[in-house]
Write a protein of this length. Structure first.
Length: 277
């Protein structure tokens, strides 16, 4: 549409001139920014599509890893695992394959291969849960080999919160087996306090602490006492709107009525803890 500026008053002409000047100055930059934004969005969806295609392709090799693992053919398993690592290193399936292969290698006495597979899975950030599981299993293997410092290094690296209690427990084992009493107690205490009281494994940690002479009953009571204010605060926040609604309802009802009414490795660590006293 062509605008006849002759029919516009002076103020309107100034506005049009300002708009024209703005687009003359910034138009190309804005258009470029929009293009960059569109390319970024397209790139994101393109990358997502690519990742999806990679995962689908990785499934074929993962099925081969599963088959080789089920037959415990470690030679074939080594080949199928390497094929996944070479072609689909960034997929979750490769991390899963490494964990599975590590278990098979370990059961067959091929500890070096097991450790290599766990190291690879622990180094990947594709799935932090699988990464943490790999770190935990790797720490177990290193503790068996008496490589305690390396085990502790794995256990103190960033860990998914779901594995924090188990990591602290394994750290306690590593310290206990080195007769480091104070460090072991601290690690076991952290594990005990982190675990929910209903978890059966918490009793295992309690037995390790008892082996060091720790009053577990007192520890449990202290943990419960410390957690109570937090629980009460959370409960108060959750019920505050409800209580307010109840109060409002009661007030309305009273106003209306007024007129009328006027909570294996464990055993070895426990023995080590007892001997450390």
């Amino acid at each position: 549409m062509v605008i006849n500026t002759n029919k516009l008053n002076l103020q309107e002409q100034e506005k049009l001139a300002a708009v024209g000047h703005f687009w003359k100055t910034w138009g190309s930059a804005l258009t470029g920014s929009a293009a960059v934004a569109l390319l970024a969005v397209a790139g994101w969806y393109g990358y997502g599509w690519y990742q999806g295609q990679q995962s689908l392709k990785a499934m074929t090799l993962y099925e081969q890893v599963l088959q080789d693992a089920s037959t415990a053919d470690t030679d074939r398993l080594s080949l199928s695992l390497k094929a996944m690592q070479d072609s689909y290193a960034g997929t979750r399936q490769t991390q899963q394959a490494e964990l599975l292969a590590a278990r098979v290698f370990y059961e067959k006495g091929q500890v070096d291969k097991s450790q290599a597979a766990l190291l690879a899975a622990a180094a990947r950030t594709t799935d932090t849960g699988l990464q943490s599981a790999a770190k935990l299993q790797l720490a177990n293997l290193l503790i068996e080999q008496q490589q305690y410092d390396e085990a502790i290094k794995q256990l103190t690296s960033p860990m998914d919160p779901a594995y924090a209690a188990l990591a602290a427990d394994r750290m306690g084992d590593a310290y206990a087996l080195q007769n480091k009493r104070s460090e072991a107690i601290d690690a076991y205490t952290k594990a005990f306090n982190t675990m929910d009281a209903t978890q059966p494994y918490r009793q295992m940690v309690a037995s390790k602490l008892a082996g060091f002479g720790v009053d577990v009953a007192h520890l449990a009571a202290a943990a419960t006492t410390a957690a109570a204010p937090v629980a009460q605060a959370n409960n108060a926040q959750a019920t505050a709107p409800t209580n307010a609604a109840v109060a409002d309802t009661a007030h309305i009802a009273a106003s209306a009525a007024a007129p009328a009414a006027s909570a294996a490795s464990t055993a070895s660590a426990s023995r080590a803890a007892a001997s450390a006293q």
